[in-house]
Each structure stands twice: as structure tokens, then as C-alpha cells.
Design a binder for this molecule. Structure first.
Ligand SMILES: [Zn+2]
Length: 244
């Protein structure tokens, strides 16, 4: 089988690299999407905490109010009972002692009633806070939904673009020497999607290490595949670039 000239092969590698660079970047972006979607869901879930706290707060105050009301009812029954006993008392002293006791309980009750009124105000505030937190969450939920839709759309766009790029790629690879292609693809995989780089001011365009003159002149000849001694990427020199 006739070997295709290296010069031509390097030209094809350069074209391929343009496509593969895009494929690499897009695949990477696409691969990060499921994790990102998960993380924004988790962030939203975390924002439910504020609603839960507001609910908890409301429940606590309502419980306190119930307790106070139970307390008040008890004391009112106590007053009724004492009032019922008043008529059975025989002496003035017993009578005034009982009246004082009733007065004491009534005084307790008005304090409890004041507390209940305060708690009712607190309940109103807590309810307001809870509905505010729910509104905030609704907005955040809608934003998250929107963001997810954008990401899903982007993901579909990337998929379409990727199949387009792969088609383009398939028009180049049949013209390539299998060995050269597989060597290139191996570097591509190991070197973050960048396998062939041009020489820039006597240094490697991939890792920026200085290249010995011998390597540069070999690259210039385009008679063989020459790699950077440091990052192992394939090197080339653009035709219009003068390198001394
Ligand atoms: Zn290098």
C-alpha cells in the first residue's frame, strides 16, 4: 500500500484538531450538565428550610396559645366553682377570704388573656412570614425551572452540533493513515483534547516549553511526525510563519 505523504497527513491532522477541539469542549460541557442540574435541585431543596422554620415557629406559638387557653378555661371553671361555694359559707370572714381568692384567680386570668392577645398577634406575624417565605420559594422554584429548561435546551443544541462535527470528522478520517490517526487520537485523549499544536516563538504551543533548534528544523521539513519532548503533543509550523 502506498504511504500518503506526511505533509498532507499533518494538514489533515490540523483540520481534524479544529473539529476535535470543539468536540472536546462541547462533550465536556455536556458531561457537566447532569451534575449541575442535580446541584441546582439540591440548592432549591435547601431553600425549603426557611419555610419549614416559619412553619415550626407558627406551630410553636399556636401550641402556646392552646396551652394558655386551656389554662384560662381551667381557671374560669375554678372561679365558677368558688362562686358556687360562696352561698354555703357561714361567716363574713370565710366569705371575704373566698372573695379575695376569686379576685386573685380573676387577676391571673386577665394576665393570661393579655398573653393570649399577644400570642394572637404573634400568630398573625408568623402566618405572614410563612406566606412570604412560600412566595419567595415559589419565585426561586420558577427560576430553577427556567434555568433547567435553558440547560436542557443547551444540551440538545450541543447534541445536534456534536453530530454535525462528527459528520465533518468522518469526511477527513478516511483519508488518513490509520497509524497516524490512532497516535493522534491517543494524544487527544490524554492531553485534554489538544493533540497537535503549532510552534510559537520557538516554543511548543501546547505546554510553552522552549524547543531545541533540531526539533524545530525537523518540524519544518514535515517529513515525519515530530512531538514536543515535554508534553508529547504533535508539532507543526504554520506555512506563513518564519522561524529562525
Ligand atoms: Zn509541549
Amino acid at each position: 500500500m502506498e504511504q500518503k505523504p506526511i505533509k498532507e497527513q499533518i494538514g489533515l491532522l490540523i483540520d481534524l484538531q479544529v473539529i476535535d477541539g470543539q468536540i472536546y469542549a462541547m462533550s465536556k460541557e455536556k458531561a457537566s450538565m447532569p451534575g449541575y442540574l442535580k446541584s441546582i435541585d439540591a440548592a432549591l431543596e435547601l431553600k425549603k428550610t426557611n419555610i419549614k422554620q416559619a412553619e415550626e415557629n407558627l406551630k410553636n406559638i399556636q401550641l402556646k396559645q392552646k396551652e394558655k387557653e386551656g389554662n384560662l378555661q381551667q381557671k374560669e371553671e375554678q372561679i365558677k366553682k368558688l362562686q358556687g361555694q360562696l352561698y354555703m359559707l357561714k361567716t363574713n370572714k370565710e366569705y371575704s377570704t373566698m372573695l379575695a381568692e376569686i379576685g386573685g384567680v380573676k387577676a391571673d386570668n386577665s394576665l393570661i388573656e393579655e398573653d393570649i392577645i399577644k400570642l394572637m398577634d404573634e400568630i398573625e406575624l408568623a402566618k405572614k412570614r410563612m406566606s412570604e417565605e412560600k412566595e419567595i420559594f415559589k419565585t426561586e422554584e420558577a427560576n430553577t425551572q427556567k434555568e433547567k429548561e435553558i440547560i436542557n435546551l443547551k444540551s440538545r443544541e450541543i447534541e445536534a452540533k456534536l453530530s454535525e462535527l462528527n459528520e465533518k470528522r468522518n469526511t477527513i478520517t478516511p483519508n488518513m493513515e490509520k497509524q497516524i490517526l490512532s497516535r493522534y487520537e491517543k494524544i487527544l485523549k490524554n492531553k485534554d483534547g489538544l493533540a497537535i499544536v503549532h510552534i510559537e516563538e520557538n516554543s511548543c504551543g501546547g505546554c510553552h516549553m522552549n524547543l531545541p533548534p533540531q526539533v524545530i528544523s525537523e518540524v519544518k521539513l514535515r517529513e515525519d511526525i515530530v512531538v514536543c519532548g515535554s508534553c508529547l503533543r504533535i508539532l507543526y509550523i504554520e506555512d506563513n510563519v518564519e522561524i529562525n
